[in-house]
Design a protein around this ligand. Structure first.
Ligand code: C2O
Ligand code: CU
Length: 506
């Protein structure tokens, strides 16, 4: 072996080592900067986006994981409560337990129950009622909470562990109080380890009736759709559920999608109308036949139909041919067989236009929520992760607004998968999809399916101060990091993700 050969070999080793270091240092830096501490404030994570608005306290917010100290005069989310005084019109106690749940059709599933059942009890309020719900955690390990999905409650009542409260530990309790201001179909669910607790059954339906009851004289069917393990159900029952309704009777079916994927629902045997979406009535909804309604994960739709005068039944399909369905008609009436549901009604052009009540062209802030997918590290895990505006969790946006701002947001998706995007505390109007302006009824959403390749323009008024989650409602995606926040200037949260309470909202 010659000396020069040895030298060449050692040169190669050195060059190889240098190359390895040159590669490992940035990769190591990316890895290290992706790590999420055991305890942190959402006020300190990621980066502020101002959307063209003024700089304020929040713009300096990425001062490490604690966030900036509150400014004098700032409000804590704990102060943004519903009415603390006054006796409630609706007073419910919900006891959460880890339990073997027996479905109404007899099957048993390992999961969670509220007052011994899943779904939990239907909570019903009249518009203007003061609602009080006492959550008692008997045996949900790691704690639990209740989030009022679609109800634009004051921030302290929003039920997001680590953002608006601490998770309620076993043996603990928490009281929620809020005014039921907007009639409609809503639901409640845990927002602590929600991707497991909701799937496991920790949810129920909340219906707010209009103050004027005469506006509401139909037969009503409340239809939360949920899959327990591999068992698809409606209102806790598998298969076909029959509901006796006289011929010629108007019926309102409140469909709630509590699952992680989109639900296509369609009444067969009668035309129908989409009366409301996400708790907001549509204006002049026209009759629909041979078409479905696509309800995003977390979303709701109220379907209106009249049972046929000839005494036949209507089948409301809640998914494909093998999915559960409702059969509405006189006792013993035959219903048409299940079909392959039709294409979804395009809510962008359904119903008649009407005023939104604010001018989305006069926006104070304009944001982008662009969902992609790219390789990198999230909390030290290498992989192909969801990105928001090109960056990976925990480097997610904090969208900063002032109270009273008109806010526009472009929500676009180029990630290869559908994402049902859910903004807490607000309803947003859909203005356009892929450049095509909305031409139908005002379409207000709290949860919007954004398919890969689509771009939606939405707008809302920032009229509910707080720190609000804005995440994908395919809950495992949120747990994977598809979550951002909307923060009002001058509001801060004393709660922490992780920490002593073990808060883990997603
Ligand atoms: Cu239905 Cu953030 O949740
Ligand atoms: Cu998603």
């Amino acid at each position: 072996m010659s000396r020069s050969w040895n030298r060449r070999r050692s040169d190669r080793v050195v060059i190889g080592l240098l190359a390895a270091v040159a590669l490992l240092v940035p990769v190591g830096w990316l890895w290290a900067s992706s790590l999420v501490p055991d305890s942190y404030s959402v006020m300190g994570m990621g980066h502020a986006e101002l959307g063209g608005g003024p700089e304020g306290g929040h713009s300096a917010h990425a001062l490490g994981w604690d966030g900036p100290p509150p400014n004098p005069g700032d409000v804590a989310v704990t102060e943004l409560t519903g009415p603390r005084r006054g006796s409630p019109d609706v007073d419910v106690t919900l006891v959460a337990r880890r339990e073997t749940v027996t479905l109404t059709t007899g099957e048993t599933v390992e999961g969670f129950a509220l007052n011994g059942s899943s779904p939990g009890p239907l909570i019903r309020a009249r518009q203007g009622d003061l609602v009080q719900v006492t959550l008692v955690n008997e045996s949900v390990e790691g704690g639990t909470t209740l989030h009022w999905h679609g109800v634009d409650v004051p921030n302290a009542e929003d039920g997001v562990a680590g953002v608006t409260q601490d998770a309620v530990p076993p043996g603990g309790r928490h009281v929620y109080r809020f005014l039921a201001e907007d009639p409609g179909t809503y639901w409640y669910h845990s927002h602590q380890v929600s991707h497991e607790q909701v799937r496991g059954g920790l949810y129920g339906v909340l219906v707010v009736d209009p103050a004027d009851v005469s506006a509401h004289d139909e037969v009503e069917v409340v239809a939360p759709v949920h899959t327990y393990g591999s068992l698809p159900t409606v209102a806790g029952a598998t298969g076909e559920s029959r509901i006796d309704v006289e011929p010629g009777t108007p019926v309102r079916v409140r469909v709630v999608n509590t699952d992680d994927g989109p639900l296509r629902t369609q009444p067969v045997g009668s035309p129908y109308r989409v009366l409301a979406v996400d708790g907001r009535d549509l204006v002049d909804p026209g009759p629909v036949t041979d078409a479905s309604v696509q309800i995003p994960a977390g979303g709701r739709a109220d379907l209106g139909l009249v049972t046929p005068p000839d005494g036949s039944a209507v089948r409301v399909q809640l998914g494909g041919e093998a999915a559960p369905s409702l059969v509405l008609g006189p006792r013993g009436a035959t219903a048409p067989p299940a079909v392959t549901v039709g294409p979804p009604v395009d809510l962008l052009s359904y119903g008649a236009p009407a005023l939104l009540g604010f001018d989305p062209e006069a926006a104070d802030r304009s944001f982008e929520y662009s969902i992609g997918r790219r390789p990198g590290f999230v909390d030290g895990r290498p992989g192909l992760h969801w990105s928001i505006n090109g960056r990976l969790f925990p480097d997610v946006p904090m969208y900063v607004v002032d109270e009273g701002d008109v806010v526009r947001m472009t929500v676009e998706n180029h990630s290869g998968e559908l994402h049902p995007m859910h903004l807490h505390g607000h309803h947003a109007a859909v203005l356009a999809r892929n450049g095509v302006p909305a031409s139908g009824s005002p379409w207000w959403v709290d949860t919007l399916d954004v398919a890969s390749g689509d771009s939606y323009e939405i707008a809302f008024v920032a009229d509910n101060p707080g720190i609000w989650s804005d995440h994908c409602h395919k809950l495992p995606h949120a747990a994977e990091g598809l979550v951002a926040h909307l923060a009002y200037e001058g509001v801060h949260t004393p709660f922490r993700i992780g920490g002593a309470a073990g808060n883990e909202p997603e």
